[in-house]
Design a protein around this ligand. Structure first.
Ligand code: PEP
Ligand code: MN
Length: 337
């Protein structure tokens, strides 16, 4: 449940409520709005339901949070979460565009693509060093060498780096190199991994699982938040349906439906959603029109030679075209790029 404080509640009264909550073996989560403060009660608050909370000083009313996720809920925090990545703020007016290859393949490859996407207006570089592949015989990523190349590309271009962490024992290593830790679709419900990234001080990009509901995605975000990391960005990357003309089915509904329920920023990944480069641009534009706070786009200078996901990767010049059209859509929905 949440406690809505009166408009004129003093700091002393707010701290009094926090203490009152902690004395009852729960945690307090403060959300300081422009008008008033909301205090969320985290933990087993069943026994507290019997207590006359509304009689405490400075309290206006008590509202139950019916959703199973609490920290991720808009009831707990009505204002959108803003996350700093490099020089930009995600979750505010700017639509953050992160682009780069599916996987880091070589120094030449990642540096060339990093320059190209930066020139076209991307504000972040993506690239997998640890790759979750369906087949154990497929390229698994360059590992540490890939992380080092990403750091080099950041050094050259100034672009912050987003890369996937696949396992608990990789978290501290990947966090030494990455500006944002990506949790891939296949790991969305790896709860130990979620808690491990919840304990470090780096924004987390949490991708929706192939077969997961929005509520399950929010519950996974709740793991990261409740383990201590408030900087979670959700990512809609398409879900598996009966359809075969596209790799996945891009769930554009998820953007407004998640926004209605959570204060966390929401990105879209039209590359993995569609699986075909021709469909990436229209889907990206649709995501931006629907309110996405960011886009993640796969770009490769030679898609025909890419070791993974070449069919869905845009050539740099096509990515630059996409950025032009995206600018127009962003303007139409009162956002910037
Ligand atoms: C990726 O972004 O490289 C990736 C593997 O995506 P997903 O986890 O969404 O399949
Ligand atoms: Mn990929």
């Amino acid at each position: 449940m949440i406690i809505v404080m009166t408009k004129d509640a003093t700091q002393e009264q707010i701290q009094g409520i926090v203490k009152w909550i902690e004395e009852r073996e729960c945690r307090a989560h403060l959300s300081q709005g422009e008008e008033r403060t909301i205090v969320g009660i985290i933990g087993n608050n069943r026994p507290l339901e019997q207590e006359p909370i509304e009689r405490l000083d400075g309290v206006e009313r008590v509202v139950p949070i019916l959703a199973p996720y609490k920290l991720a809920s808009r009831d707990m925090q009505p204002a959108p979460t803003h996350i700093r990545i490099g020089d930009i703020t995600v979750g505010d007016r700017q639509i953050m565009v992160i682009a780069g290859p599916c996987a880091v393949e070589s120094r030449e490859q990642i540096i060339e693509i990093a320059h190209a996407v930066k020139e076209a207006g991307a504000v972040g570089l993506r690239g997998g060093a640890f790759k979750p592949r369906t087949s154990p015989y497929s390229f698994q990523g360059m590992g540490l060498a890939g992380l080092e190349l990403l750091a080099e590309a950041r050094q050259e271009t100034g672009l912050p780096v987003v890369t996937e962490v696949m396992a608990v024992d990789q978290v501290s290593l990947v966090a030494q190199y990455a500006d944002v830790l990506q949790i891939g679709a296949r790991n969305m419900q790896n709860f130990n991994l979620l808690c491990a990234v919840g304990k470090i001080n780096r924004p987390v990009l949490l991708k929706r699982g192939l077969m997961n509901t929005m509520e399950e995605l929010l519950m996974s975000a709740e793991y990261v938040l409740s383990c201590g990391n408030p900087n979670v960005i959700l990512c809609e990357r398409g879900i598996r349906t009966f359809e075969t003309y596209t790799r996945n089915t891009f769930d554009v509904n998820a953007i407004p439906a998640l926004k209605a329920r959570t204060h966390l920023p929401i990105m879209a990944d039209p590359s993995h959603a569609t699986g075909h480069w021709e469909y990436v641009e229209p889907t990206a534009l649709a995501a931006a029109a629907a309110g996405a706070d960011g886009l993640m786009i796969e770009v490769h200078s030679h898609p025909e030679k890419a070791v993974s996901d070449g069919t869905q990767s845009l050539k740099p010049e096509r990515f630059a075209e996409l950025m032009k059209r995206l600018r127009a859509v962003a303007e139409a929905v009162d956002r910037t790029l």
